[in-house]
Design a protein around this ligand. Structure first.
Ligand code: ZN
Length: 272
């Protein structure tokens, strides 16, 4: 039966709300999980944020987001590694079991070079992730972001990268917005499930007339993604975690967020 039992919301989805307000409203709406964006903990700190969330009865699903490893200079790459280590410490203080990696890319070098730098970056932070018991979820991004946001653009590439490490702490995040178009998707979801690497599942929708590459994601049901089919693949691959609603949208952020949250929960029950 459709319900909100597996419903998690990313704080960025209701960006106008500060964390305490988001926590209170999500819990009151019957949402069970929350993924915390770094900006949401500003002014409160990760430890206090974690206490606040647990006191409201919500489960922390992930801390968002690390990565952005590639850089043309070695100093830039070292800085990225330091930043990711700091994020891992924050995730541990928050009580998040995982951080999501938007891996990064640089338009000033080839995608191959960027991918090598991503591998080196993950290698460099993995010992700390293991020590802190925080997993790393590689999130492939739609190819429209290949120039400057991620050189990992398909689930096959993310699976290759995750499998390279042979670690329980490195896996992938499947986000329908980035991957819905891929004819290999069912096969690659099965592959990452079979390898124990399917760490996270993110939902929203792809609007046919997308007007902004970053901030015009659709609410589930507003676009053309077959969400129920992809969820069935994810669950057939053994995934038992949350379906995380992650919507960046100038249109939805401009609305009354109480109304939008109601739309999110209704859309989740109907379409996810
Ligand atoms: Zn995502």
């Amino acid at each position: 039966m459709a319900s909100l039992d597996r419903c998690c919301i990313h704080t960025i989805t209701t960006k106008p709300w500060a964390l305490p307000e988001a926590v209170e409203k999500y819990a009151a709406a019957g949402v069970k999980g929350i993924s915390v964006w770094q900006n949401a903990t500003e002014g409160i700190g990760p430890r206090r944020s974690g206490e606040l969330i647990r006191a409201a009865g919500l489960e922390i699903v992930s801390y968002v987001r690390g990565g952005f490893f590639p850089h043309t200079s070695s100093a830039g790459r070292a800085q990225a590694i330091d930043h990711n280590k700091k994020l891992l410490e924050e995730a541990a203080a928050l009580g998040a079991p995982m951080i999501v990696l938007v891996c990064g890319a640089s338009p000033d070098q080839s995608l191959d070079i960027s991918r090598n730098q991503i591998r080196e970056g993950i290698q460099a932070i993995l010992p700390l992730a293991e020590k802190l018991n925080v997993k790393l979820a590689i999130e492939p991004l739609h190819p429209m972001y290949a120039a400057d946001r991620s050189a990992i653009n398909t689930l096959a590439q993310a699976n290759d990268m995750a499998e390279f490490f042979k670690s329980d702490y490195v896996g992938v995040a499947v986000d329908v917005y980035h991957l819905w178009w891929d004819s290999e998707l069912e096969k690659e979801i099965a592959r990452c499930g079979a390898n124990g690497n399917l760490f996270a599942y993110h939902v929203c929708d792809w609007k046919v007339n997308t007007i902004d590459l970053l901030n015009d994601r659709g609410l589930m049901g507003e676009g053309c993604i077959d969400l129920k089919k992809i969820r069935s693949w994810v669950e057939a691959a053994g995934f038992k975690g949350f379906c995380e609603v992650e919507i960046f949208s100038n249109t939805h952020w401009a609305k009354d967020q109480d109304i939008f949250l109601k739309e999110v929960t209704e859309a989740f029950i109907q379409h996810v």
